[in-house]
Design a protein around this ligand. Structure first.
Ligand code: NAD
Ligand code: UD1
Length: 338
């Protein structure tokens, strides 16, 4: 059992990980500036885990507040989810992305160094691989991000490698997530983007509920079996469990480690539409639209290192991903209507 600080803890992946970590006996303190989440989630988290979760409202660039949080809660390790994550927005507002993601990480590292907390799990992304030169993508693939969001992740990864090289006491895992989707089985928490979603799964859900009339499939002329893009979608609770095992690994190993969290299996956009129609019992109207700038044809992971190092493997199916997403959206509609 450890005492953990979870930055970005009220966000999508942070909240699901907080549940998984809490259920395995870890004590968690959530830290978030609520720029892309809402404090009402604390109630849902309390219902799921059966007790109130500690929450500190704050920005990761507030080093003083981080130091006092780390020391007053006797924190053993940090999981750093806080950051901005929209690729398109990062191209328009690069300064915001470097300030939040890079400056935020520097502030956190300064606070951790001061408080002598030297175990960190960092949310990285498959986006650090850029255009795949071969598939499946393993951790030895070259890293060359193609947008400010991706570069901010890469800068932080490199900083972390330098810190681990400078001080043998650090224990750092950079987890490179593929495409996290789905929701907790309770339907009480899930991905709830404000405005029109950028990503496929929340968009699919909003078309199925009738909030958006149809889905645009970005390109049907890729060199894939049905011409649409292929991605490695991973259930957010599998991803959450990856963090538990990463912490276990770090409790026994020092140094810097980059590990993919993906299933190793790719599904196309049309596969996703079909699976979502099956899970929801609703039709998902769609049209074929031009390719989206910056998209790659196919991206999926080699999950071997995660299996060998962390003893972690994704267990949930595509049907689980779609069914849990649908359950969350139905609950949300019910709570909005009541
Ligand atoms: P999210 O936006 O739902 O959660 C991020 C949380 O961080 C939000 O609650 C937000 O309010 C908070 N936050 C942002 N800037 C902050 C700051 N400066 N100080 C304090 N809190 C701040 O996003 P998510 O999908 O849960 O992603 C979590 C992490 O995983 C991010 O670092 C993201 O880049 C990474 N990631 C996400 C995906 C994905 O598809 N969701 C894929 C790869 C990597
Ligand atoms: C995107 C980001 C990536 C980030 C990931 C988080 C880009 C270029 N990449 O990845 O950096 O880590 O989100 O999950 O933004 N699609 C449609 N119609 C839609 C939405 C998506 O056809 O309305 C297609 C896309 O063209 C793609 C697939 O669905 O082929 C998945 O898209 P998305 O969910 O946005 O994820 P990525 O593009 O893989």
């Amino acid at each position: 059992m450890s005492r953990l600080l979870i930055t970005g803890g009220t966000g999508y992946i942070g909240s699901h990980s907080a549940v998984a970590l809490s259920k395995t006996g870890h004590q968690v303190v959530l830290y978030d500036n609520l720029s892309n989440s809402n404090r009402t989630i604390l109630q849902s988290l309390g219902l799921i885990v059966g007790h109130h979760m500690s929450f500190v409202e704050g920005d990761v660039r507030d080093t003083k507040l981080l130091i006092s949080t780390l020391t007053s809660h006797n924190i053993d390790a940090v999981i750093h989810f806080a950051g901005l994550k929209a690729v398109g927005e990062s191209v328009e507002k690069p300064v915001d992305y470097y300030a939040n993601n890079v400056q935020g990480a520097i502030s956190l590292l300064q606070a951790m160094q001061f408080a002598q907390v030297k175990t960190l799990v960092f949310s990285s992304s498959a986006t650090v691989y850029g255009e795949p030169r071969y598939l499946p993508l393993n951790e030895s693939h070259s890293t060359i991000a193609t947008n400010p969001y991706g570069r901010s992740k890469l800068h932080v990864e490199e900083m972390l490698a330098d810190i681990a090289a400078s001080d043998a006491d650090w224990r750092i895992a950079c987890l490179r997530y593929f495409n996290p989707v789905g929701a907790h089985e309770s339907g009480l928490i899930g991905e709830n983007p404000s405005g029109i979603p950028n990503n496929l799964m929340p968009y699919l859900a909003q078309v199925a509920t009738g909030q958006i009339p149809e889905l645009s499939v970005f390109g049907d002329d890729y060199p894939t079996t049905d011409g649409t893009g292929v991605r490695d979608f991973i259930h957010v609770m599998d991803l959450a469990e990856g963090h538990i095992l990463a912490l276990t690994y770090l409790s026994r190993n020092t140094g810097w480690h980059a590990v993919n969290l993906g299933t190793g299996k790719g599904y196309s956009v049309l596969d996703m539409i079909q699976a979502f129609e099956k899970a929801s019992g609703r039709q998902v109207p769609y049209k074929i639209a031009p390719r989206r700038a910056g998209d790659v044809a196919i991206c999926y992971s080699d999950p071997k290192k995660a299996s060998e190092l962390l003893k972690w493997r994704a267990a949930r199916t595509l049907d689980d991903m779609c069914a849990s997403t649908w359950r969350f959206h139905q609950f949300r509609r019910l709570s909005v209507e009541s």
